[in-house]
Design a protein. Sequence first.
Length: 609
Amino acid sequence: MFSPLALRLPIMPDEPPAQYAIRLAARNFVDVRAFSLDMGFNFERLLSGCPNATARLADVSGISLSELAENGLIKEGARYLLKGQMLDIHSLRCARIVVCPECLRQDIERSDLPPATAMYRRVQWALKSIGTCEKHNLALVTAAERLSQWDRQNWSVASLEPKLHELIDGATRRSPSHFEAYLLDRLKGRQTNCWLDNLDFFAAEQAAQLFGTFSLFGNGSPPRDLSDADFYAAGNAGFEIFRGGAHGLGAFLDRVQKEFSRSKTFQRDRTLGPSTIYGRLHARLSAYSKETAFLPLVKVVADHIVTRFPYGPGDFLFHKPVQVRKLHSVLTLSRLFKVSNKRVVKVLTTGGMLPCPGCVDRDAVFDAAEAEDLVRNEVLGLTQANAERYLNVPKNLMENLIHEGFVRRYRASTGVQGYRFSKAELDRFLERMFLDAVPAGPGSEAAMSISRASFHCRASATAIIQIILDRKLRWIGYREDLRGLASLIVHPQDVIDAFCLPHLDGMTVAEVSAKLHIHPMVVRELIKRNLLKASSKLHPVNNRPSLRIAPSELERFDAEYTTLFNLARQLKLDHHLKLKAILADRGIHPAEETIGLDTTFYKRLDLQS
């Protein structure tokens, strides 16, 4: 094992191991490659962060391994690790060397060593995205460029000593951009609170430069074609976009889309998608989607695009299938339901979802779930005529079912025929109606359909339907030779019992008509002339007024009057007109108060005389 060198150097802040080896070799008056061979390590391996080479340099220099390796690049596959941050080849200045001349001047002033060993390159100067010295607020200047790998490895800052003052005078005075300050904070382990923390160091660099370049210079200028000043501005502009997090990124993409909508390209073709609108952004993100380091960024942009463009299952975005649809367009809806664009436009216009009547294809987008419901209801919904046939009910009963809320209709399009009924909802209604129904069999001869039971029980059909749904009937059956509501049968007495109707005193007009053997219209006329007293009462089922005649009132009237027809039948005469002639010959005439009625009445008192 070699003993430590007699001529040694302290390692300086931010000094990488390879730069320290160059200075240590100069301190010992030899070339760095000859020095490394003499000391037992390979200089190229030291440049790539080989642990053995770094450990050997620590042994011969007397510097602790941790202190020496702190600013070293460690090669990991195709990438590099620096202070815990992952870099790639695009993060490094490969053929160009930049320095801060003020830092080099101070190195000379603060050291007793010759300039060749006093001056050293800082590790951050090798990073392409850092172009400003944070200590002196000075733009880094180009010391050498277009160097081969051999020349770059052997280059020494000692060659800059004669022109340091010239470089300082020509350097641009500026503060580090927010983006550069952020990258330096990450390298030095300071706390950063930015969305870019979700990305590796190299991915954060490239993302900020990509979005900043697009923001400042549009779709035509790739970052590699920019000057140092433009590169500086682009990085800062990109950082400001990401500073707002996913919301700020979404706002920037919205602004790009809005500006593109004013362009002539969009006016010529209003169906353009994100690949055309976002241009280079979309292309680069599509390439980035294959690398795990960029997946957080790709996911945020993809989620935003899905909420602005009509993408859904079956579509691919950044080489990945879209799982959930958020938005629809007229075109995607027409393809989904296999209907024409005009029909979709008509439905959406009726539903109030289309911004303007002229919107077609992908020009307008709307909520996917709501739009699908609208079009599905119109395409799959039943018209009222079809719903009547489906339920097997007449039109008047269908109107009553709608009015009472048993079935609902909705407006799917314009016009008088624009109402539709959901087949699923009609099926649920029929399922409730037939829940306890059994096939008609022996003993069901007296059962009636709902329509006949309505007439027999003097109750509305909807009232009978309601007591069926309320499960108030003892028995419900159905005929197998019919379908729909027309097949349901009930016992009328069950319906009467289910209503639990209060008993109405008195006799109806029909019952009085049958008792007196006269027409109901004559009974009503007698009531109107106040010859037969009646009271009006509300029917408990249909809530309609019903005339009721007390039995005592009927007995009074029957004791006072009789009809010519009843009298002829009582006397067993061939025809009632013969009796009328006989009575007229005896001077007995019909009661004056009944003259004009369709039935001839006589007072019993006149007949007795």
